[in-house]
Design a protein around this ligand. Structure first.
Ligand code: UT7
Length: 329
């Protein structure tokens, strides 16, 4: 009997319409377009504006679009995993809210938090439910309203992040395509360099935590950069080596978009050229769980069945990982 793999059978994404440019940021904090572009590669990012809108509202746009373009009825979905660090609420899970809004009634759904590597962790988790025959159609969502945890008076972080959502459909296949291999890693010590100080059980929300601005992303840029640039490149190179893939075999590296310099270092380490890398950080910034589906969505019409694609990410936790995908359509 041939082996069952999980294939990505559809991809969709959604970004809110408001665009926050580097020029506008120049009027908010002491920064320059030149600094932001040379240090990060970012020129603009989309921000979800308006009262009463959360991560699920972006997620459901991506999911509705995904179901429509793949001709899938909401009742057919068995499982929904939402990767996010900005859930609508601490509980219930944002995946539950997205399922409700999208009319997905026959699925079990939950959130997964692995920060910027969340989408990869969710894809690997979902693929196991497909490979074992437990589920037939799984929606994986990567969605983050980073603007809700960004301090727009802190120039070190406010220039980096944007809001977005992406969704992908995973289904079984017996063809030699789909999720071929993965490497996922975690180092909890990294939490000291990248975290949100308050709002969890360790330091519940209080007037004091709000006054101290502890409900925003706290990042020590340089140590995170050093880990990210090494670990993302290591794990992308490792998955190629252990599957005997060379740079010539790879159609695209689809990296997490945190910093153009990290992306370029990863591509160099893999021995691939710039035209083999999906880069859209200049228009969206770092959208955390949404960066990888946002890239796949924008590059979808350039992908062909059987293409070797390496997904790679590094994020808070620390978490990092890579997945080798053979594109399915
Ligand atoms: O997505 C999950 C994981 N996150 C990452 O992978 C992010 C990794 N880190 C980075 O991408 C980079 O460290 C940053 C983009 C966050 C910062 O770039 P950097 O080259 O590491 O800059 P830096 O933090 O070392 O700061 C250099 C200088 C400092 O001034 P002094 O001390 O040299 O006088 C900062 O105060 O740049 C200053 N600076 C800014 N200047 C203008 C920091 N932010 C800004 C800014 N505009 N927005």
């Amino acid at each position: 009997m041939s082996r069952i793999r999980a294939k990505i059978s559809g991809i969709h994404a959604w970004v809110p319409p408001y665009i926050l440019t580097n020029k506008e940021l120049e009027s908010m904090v002491e920064t320059t377009d030149e600094w932001i572009v040379t240090r990060t590669g970012i020129r603009e990012r989309h921000i979800q504006k308006g009262e009463g809108l959360g991560t699920s509202d972006m997620g459901v746009e991506a999911v509705r679009g995904l179901l429509e373009k793949t001709g899938t009825r909401p009742e057919e979905i068995d499982m929904v995993i939402c990767a996010t660090v900005t859930p609508d609420m601490v509980f219930p899970a944002t995946a539950n809210i997205i399922s409700d809004k999208a009319g997905i009634k026959n699925a079990f759904s939950y959130d997964l938090n692995a920060a910027c590597s969340g989408l990869l962790y969710a894809v690997v988790t979902a693929s196991k439910f497909i490979e074992t025959g437990t589920c037939k159609k799984i929606v994986v969502v990567g969605a983050d309203k980073m603007s809700s945890i960004t301090d727009y008076s802190n120039r070190e972080t406010c220039v980096l992040f944007g809001d977005a959502a992406g969704a992908m459909l995973l289904e079984p296949t017996t063809e030699d395509i789909g999720i071929m291999d993965s490497i996922m890693q975690t180092d909890g010590f990294g939490r000291v360099h990248l975290h949100m100080k308050a709002g969890g059980s360790l330091r519940p929300s209080s007037h004091e935590t709000v006054d101290a601005k502890e409900h925003f992303v706290y990042q020590e840029g340089q140590p995170v950069f050093k880990f990210a640039v090494t670990k993302m490149a290591d794990v992308a190179a490792e998955i190629m080596e252990r599957n005997n893939l060379t740079g010539e075999d790879i159609s695209f590296l689809v990296p997490h978009q945190a910093n153009l310099r990290i992306i370029e270092a990863t591509a160099r380490r893999m021995g691939i050229g710039k035209d083999q890398v999906t880069i859209n950080i200049e228009r969206y910034g770092n959208t955390t769980s949404a960066t990888i589906p946002l890239c796949l969505w924008e590059w979808e019409n350039k992908l062909k069945k059987g293409d070797n694609i390496i997904l790679a990410a590094f994020g808070g936790g620390f978490t990092w990982g890579s997945i080798w995908v053979k594109w399915a359509y």
